[in-house]
Design a protein around this ligand. Structure first.
Ligand SMILES: [Cu+2]
Length: 354
């Protein structure tokens, strides 16, 4: 067994964003994250500080995930090798991804947050290994949108977007404002998951306990948003599918991950246009290169595609075009499906930035 330590220095030369980090150990990311090796990393800047958004105790990160527990309270994760030292992956029943029947928010099952009847900013993160959610408020607010989105995975939007509900795939973040001001004091508001049933249909509850002064607003302009200009033609095609000689693994362009193979060579600063296709649910995540969605299934981007992204929610048989810019650093990076079981079962590829 090898032991050691590393110091990592992050210059954080990027605009304000709701980032998160998690263990990424080769072949065993799913069980490691399942055991809790994940957290938020919020980046702030002067642009964000100048906005009149809710702040301090009214700016609340919410890490949402699902887990299953054994009778003794331990995490129940169907690893082929529970020592996490031998064969990676999960038993064949869980090939599509591991789902739990308990929803945790910031590590607590179905928690309750007491709130004042004012605006709150919530950094919604889907930290689940494989579960997609459709988040909504029950009851919906008597007036106004349930969620006013102000940011996406990697930064503020140019302008806020109203949502009645939010579809969120693993690794996606939605930075939203919820105004409890239109609910009468005493109301219990449940954050529900419309894609769940029974115990997975509820996420957490807000209890509106008092009136309070609210100086916050959501301004019509949030940040200067740089719309990337894509090359006129598609530069790369990426197909995320289940294949292999016995249809036994998850692949990109028909190939399982090989740490020694470079799948995409990119020069530093390049802007590329990728056409991504799928044959199942795959949240596609790219390291280093932040991107914007150009089109979904030949039409406009979807309602949850706005802003700077590092993960795009892809449904079965979807075709999504993105414009991605690789700036900042040279080196070798991966892109992969952020369904962690798919990732551990080889749905990952290498980019070399030179
Ligand atoms: Cu996948």
């Amino acid at each position: 067994m090898a032991h050691g330590s590393f110091d990592y220095a992050y210059p954080l030369g990027q605009p304000a964003a709701t980032l998160w980090y998690h263990d990424h150990r080769m072949d065993f990311t799913g069980p490691q994250v399942y055991r809790g090796l994940a957290g938020f990393h919020l980046v702030h800047d002067a642009v964000e500080e100048a906005l009149p958004l809710p702040r301090q105790e009214r700016d609340v990160p919410l890490m949402i995930c699902d887990r299953a527990f054994a009778a003794d309270g331990s995490f129940h994760y169907p690893s082929i090798d529970s020592s996490l030292t031998g064969e990676p992956g999960v038993t064949s029943d869980f090939m599509k991804g591991v789902l739990g029947d308990v929803i945790l928010v910031n590590g607590a099952p179905w928690p309750v947050l007491e709130v004042a009847a004012v605006r709150y900013r919530f950094r919604l993160l889907n930290a689940s290994n494989a579960r997609r959610y459709q988040l909504a408020l029950d009851p919906p607010p008597p007036s106004g949108a349930a969620f006013v989105q102000v940011g996406s995975d990697v930064g503020l939007l140019g302008r806020p977007i109203d949502h009645e509900a939010i579809d969120i795939a693993p690794a996606e973040r939605f930075d939203v404002v919820v105004d409890f001001g239109s609910y009468p004091v005493g109301t219990q508001v449940t954050l529900v998951n419309r894609y769940g049933t029974g115990s997975t249909g509820q996420v957490m509850r807000f209890h509106v306990v008092r009136k309070a002064r609210d100086d916050s607003t959501v301004p019509p302009r949030l940040a200067d948003f740089e719309q990337l200009s894509p090359p006129s033609a598609v530069t790369r095609r990426m197909k995320f599918s289940r294949s292999g000689s016995h249809y036994e693994t998850w692949t990109i362009n028909g190939q399982a991950f090989d740490r020694n193979r470079i799948d995409a060579q990119v020069s530093l600063g390049a802007t590329e246009r990728w056409l991504i296709t799928t044959n199942a649910d795959h949240p596609v995540h790219i390291h280093l290169g932040h991107f914007q969605v150009l089109s979904r299934n030949g039409g406009k981007p979807g309602p949850y595609d706005a802003g700077w992204k590092d993960t795009v929610d892809m449904r079965p048989e979807d075709e999504v075009e993105i414009v991605v810019r690789f700036n900042g650093y040279r080196g070798r990076y991966v892109f992969h499906c952020h369904n962690l079981e798919h990732e551990d079962m080889a749905m990952m590829a290498n980019i070399e930035v030179t």
